[in-house]
Design a protein. Structure first.
Length: 237
């Protein structure tokens, strides 16, 4: 199906702008696949589509070389552009699939696992506040999604925020588990999230779907020059 989107696009006009439009459909396809049926079925579909994406990137490489050899430099450039986009998307997706259920979480506990996540921030001089409360009330599935959202949030802080202070709080109130990750970094406009999703960065979009499937919600509030606040709420099972 993903290959058909791109091939159909190529038949019309293989330009960089058309390639961007076609590849932009791929992240949404991954996210929607999680919403059909049980979570395990959605993840199985994503694994299959991940393999298709990786295979498509591999198969396009010789086509780009062939276009170059025939003097079709515009087509070759467009193909190499889509290859780069596909590879970026597959890297993000592979990380999400591997990290969704961290293998050491059950052994070390949520508090220690999140402390490991924020340790690079502390090492670079960022002030870090961490509080994990009522961990004993959290079942393994809830701990896994709390950890995964914290992981994505901390990754974004490290990569983009340039924050001086970061706070991570986990607690339980009224039978709802809550995670809040906030920073005082650069912040961003809402359009940036849409742009990154179109470019194949799936992290928060996929986690929003997982939160909804668990009966919860994930909200992202960001203000340029002020910082970002990510909050996850999940009802206890």
């Amino acid at each position: 199906m993903i290959g058909a989107i791109l091939l159909h696009n190529a038949d019309v006009s293989l330009t960089t702008s058309n390639v961007d439009a076609a590849v932009g459909l791929i992240p949404n396809n991954f996210v929607r696949s999680l919403g059909r049926g049980e979570r395990s079925d959605g993840l199985t579909r994503i694994r299959v589509q991940y393999q298709e994406l990786a295979g498509l990137a591999f198969s396009l490489a010789p086509l780009a070389d062939s276009a170059d050899s025939r003097g079709l430099t515009g087509d070759a450039a467009a193909m190499r552009h889509v290859i780069d986009r596909l590879r970026s998307t597959t890297r993000d997706l592979r990380a999400l699939l591997v990290d969704l259920h961290p293998p050491n979480l059950g052994a070390v506990g949520l508090d220690s696992a999140i402390r490991d996540l924020v340790s690079p921030l502390s090492a670079r001089g960022t002030r870090v506040s961490l509080a994990v409360n009522e961990e004993d009330q959290l079942d393994p599935q809830t701990q896994a999604i709390l950890y995964r959202v914290a992981q994505e949030a901390v990754r974004n802080v490290i990569a983009y925020a340039d924050a001086k202070a970061v706070s991570v709080e986990v607690g339980v109130a009224d039978s709802i588990a809550r995670l809040v990750v906030s920073d005082d970094g650069r912040g961003f406009e809402p359009e940036i999230r849409e742009q990154r999703l179109t470019e194949g960065h799936l992290g928060l979009a996929l986690l929003e779907e997982l939160a909804q499937q668990a009966g919860g919600r994930l909200t992202v509030d960001s203000t340029v020059g002020v910082g970002t606040r990510i909050e996850l709420e999940v009802p206890l099972g």
